[in-house]
Design a protein around this ligand. Structure first.
Ligand code: ADP
Ligand code: MG
Ligand code: MG
Length: 248
């Protein structure tokens, strides 16, 4: 599904990603871990198409097409979804309006008819249960006044409604208490299918007690310095990152 080859990226002329190679197949969950500032969010943003990041080398192929050539909205239409590390607030735009607009945009791109607000409510209802959110949250402005946990759950709600093929979750676990963490993880697990995949960026091993990854990669200094299976995450939890960084 996704083949990243020797990806280099910079922001404001400062090189951040220095040769990332990673292959993600359908059905797989990849965890990306690593110390603060190692480039995890940069990788996520580059894949989603954030315009501030300049790709300075390498390639990214997504279902056989050059992902880097696609505008961010086309990537989204084609099933790439990014759950933000810091979800943004959008005053004056209701959650229902925002989410339905995104949902309809994807339907339009597939030649499907748009759904009206009543039909959309049916779509959203079961998804709200998945993330334990009350329907009243749909009539509030996007993320405005939401708690940290509610914002993260709202990201997972978006993911549940939009049903992406490639989900990238950027530290969706940071700042969550254990109940919210479990809800977020359950949401992600419930959406796992043989034909979709997820890249789960996390700073801590904690989330991976609930979302079991097929592969774990350690990002440091803009490179993947070690890859392994879920036992690597447990080892990192026990021993920290230093031994990996020294070996690299
Ligand atoms: P992580 O998500 O692993 O904590 P980031 O990808 O957010 O790391 O950041 C990687 C590096 O890029 C850090 O050194 C950070 O300071 C730098 N960086 C991120 N955004 C900018 C920016 N807008 N301008 C300059 N440097 C940035
Ligand atoms: Mg960070
Ligand atoms: Mg980050």
């Amino acid at each position: 599904m996704l083949v990243i080859n020797d990806l280099h990226a910079a922001i404001d002329g400062k090189p951040i990603l220095k040769g990332i190679s990673l292959t993600v197949n359908a059905g797989e969950v990849h965890a990306v871990m690593g110390p603060n500032g190692s480039g995890k969010s940069t990788l996520a943003q580059v894949l989603a198409g954030h315009p501030s990041y300049e790709v300075t080398g390498g390639s990214v192929t997504y279902n056989g097409v050059d992902l880097l050539e696609l505008a961010p909205e086309v990537r989204a239409q084609n099933g790439v979804f990014l759950a933000f590390q810091y979800p943004i607030e959008i005053p004056g735009v209701t959650n229902a309006y925002f989410l339905r607009a995104a949902y309809n945009e994807i339907r339009r791109s597939k030649g499907l008819e748009e759904v009206d607000p009543m039909e959309f409510l049916d779509v959203v209802e079961e998804k709200l249960k998945l993330v334990d959110m009350d329907v009243s949250m749909m009539s509030r402005s996007v993320n405005v006044g939401f708690s940290g946990g509610e914002k993260k759950r709202n990201e997972i709600l978006q993911m549940a409604v939009l049903q992406p093929m490639l989900s990238i979750l950027d530290e969706t676990d940071s700042g969550l208490d254990i109940d919210a963490l479990r809800i977020v993880a359950n949401g992600v697990n419930a959406l796992k299918r043989p034909d979709n995949a997820a890249i789960v960026v996390t700073h801590y091993q904690r989330l991976l007690n609930y979302i079991v990854p097929d592969y774990v990669h350690v990002l440091a200094g803009g490179r993947i310095v070690k890859s392994g299976d879920k036992s690597l995450a447990l080892e990192l939890e026990a021993r920290g990152y230093d031994w990996v960084l020294e070996a690299a």
